[in-house]
Write a protein that binds this ligand. Structure first.
Ligand code: AHR
Length: 499
């Protein structure tokens, strides 16, 4: 099969906010305990942080990290996780049916963020709590000193304020599974009052309103419209969450889902802008896609029985080659929507739904999906360009006329590099001959072709074989007066670099 791609440096979509390459760390499964925090592990530092994991997270180059949940936050008392560890209470975590020791809390997270070179993004509990505890947390974290809560932080050993800029107003507040589920009106009012108080404590912060927890929720649309009516002027972003499963091996449906994610974003933008128009507001809301990934329904089910183990018995999800195509596609969807999507958080980072796996007491390694994320986060910096594409199309149960080629091009801010991300997701498994017209880019020359492909779509990276699915470097054919061609192998993720 064959396709064409024409690019022009003047056809820009929008600058990509690097925060779209963020992550999400929840007290869930073995993400925190035996994932990022494991005192006694051979690589643990003085704070008990696994340095093998820190090194891998740094490779992901995530500019922002959401914490502590997720469903977990809707019952969380932040006070439990600060102060001397030996006096911290053990609590029942109703969200996931485990015992929370609180050995790891807000201050540890802030320090860990510094070590992995990311900015913290904290969520407040609007499930079982409200404005008062939220504004107290902002004061504890961000106020320089001289008040009981800021001095408490200082007495705990953190003299400088944490200066947390970005905050989530709860999590998935429309979900029946959430502690403290709300109607959109209830939530909008609560979010507005909470937002007011949090911003009065620190006017520099930015706030994210929970959109409905999925496009498939019965009230999607109504939720956004009604909640935003109550708080539009006091919030800065609307959140979106989406997960796709593998449709029981229906590859055509699975690989076309990232386009549905794009429609979801377009609908959320329309909803925000409808509220803006109805309020005659001058303010434009941005989007925070703060949970997205491929989902494993078996591993991530809500707890049926709450048995309260201290170390979660939930299995970690293992990703394969097919997931590279979908996670890669979702990353490209975020880039395509750079004008309005300013934050994105892959859910999650370690063990549960994550690009990194660990063994308790043992090894840490990169999953298959680590690689498209690493490529996007390190090379997808600059301005997203409009792509003029001609390519064959295919139908699936979830989408008609999806293009076999999903592609986004990014021009570096100093125009010294052009990076084309291209997925050959043809479910027929054919190679794709891609003709490129890059005449607008003058002196840029082929640099390298990074490619992830594997004959077995179920191939995984394991502790014993961590390099089963990894990128390979291929030669990028020369351009002739700005025109060239490159072969994209069957079912492959590709990064074409010119500079
Ligand atoms: O990321 C796992 C869970 O998925 C989160 O806790 C919740 O917000 C979502 O439903």
């Amino acid at each position: 099969k064959a396709a064409t791609l024409t690019l022009d440096r003047d056809f820009s979509l929008a600058p990509i906010d690097p925060r779209v390459y963020g992550g999400f760390a929840e007290h869930l499964g073995r993400h925190i305990y035996t994932g990022i925090y494991e005192p006694g592990h051979p690589t643990a530092d003085a704070q008990g942080f696994r340095q093998d994991v820190i090194a891998l997270v740094r490779e992901l180059a995530m500019p922002i990290m959401r914490y502590p949940g997720g469903n977990f936050v809707s019952g969380y008392h932040w006070e439990d996780g600060v102060g001397p560890q030996e006096t911290r209470p053990r609590r029942l975590d109703l969200a996931w049916g485990v015992t929370e020791t609180n050995a790891f809390g807000t201050n540890e997270f802030i320090d860990w963020c510094q070590k992995v070179n990311t900015e913290p993004m904290l969520a407040v509990n609007l499930g079982t709590r409200g404005p008062d505890q939220a504004r107290q947390l902002v004061e504890y974290c961000n106020h320089p000193g001289g008040t009981q809560l800021s001095e408490l932080r200082i007495s705990h050993g953190w003299r400088a304020p944490h200066a947390v800029k970005t905050w989530c107003l709860g999590n998935e507040m429309d979900g029946f599974w959430q502690m403290g589920t709300k109607t959109p009106y209830e939530y909008g009012r609560l979010a507005n009052e909470t937002a007011k108080l949090m911003k009065w404590v620190d006017s520099r912060i930015e706030l994210i309103l929970c959109g409905s927890s999925g496009r498939g929720m019965p009230d999607f649309g109504k939720w956004e419209w009604e909640a935003l009516q109550e708080c539009y002027e006091n919030v800065d972003y609307l959140s979106l969450h989406t997960y796709y499963d593998d449709h029981n091996g229906d590859l055509a449906s699975f690989v076309s889902e990232p386009d549905n994610m794009g429609d979801f974003i377009d609908e959320a933008i329309a909803l925000c802008d409808a509220v803006k128009a109805s309020k005659k507001s001058k303010k434009t809301l941005h989007l925070s896609f703060d949970e997205w990934n491929v989902w494993f329904p078996k591993n991530n089910a809500l707890p049926q029985k709450r048995t309260w183990p201290e170390v979660s018995e939930r299995p970690s999800d293992v990703y394969d080659m097919a997931d590279v195509l979908v996670v890669g596609g979702m990353l490209l969807t975020l880039m395509e929507h750079a004008e309005r999507v300013k934050i994105g958080c892959i859910a999650q980072v370690v063990n549960l739904l994550a690009p990194i796996l660990t063994e308790p007491g043992g090894r840490a390694w990169r999953q298959t999906i680590f690689w498209p994320f690493h490529h996007a986060a390190t090379l997808g910096r600059g301005t997203a360009l409009r792509c003029a594409v001609n390519a064959p199309r295919f139908d699936s149960k979830v989408r008609e006329q999806a293009s076999v080629l999903k592609t986004v091009a990014v021009l570096a801010d100093d125009e010294s590099a052009l990076t084309i991300f291209a997925i050959n997701r043809d479910p027929a498994g054919d190679p794709l001959e891609l003709s490129l017209d890059l005449r607008a880019f003058g002196t840029l020359a082929p640099h390298e072709h990074l490619c992830i492909a594997h004959p077995n779509l179920n191939a995984e990276n394991t502790a014993d074989a961590p390099e089963t699915v990894v990128p390979h470097t291929r030669a990028l054919p020369p351009l002739d007066h700005g025109k060239g061609a490159v072969t994209l192998p069957p079912l492959s993720w590709n990064v074409l670099r010119y500079r």
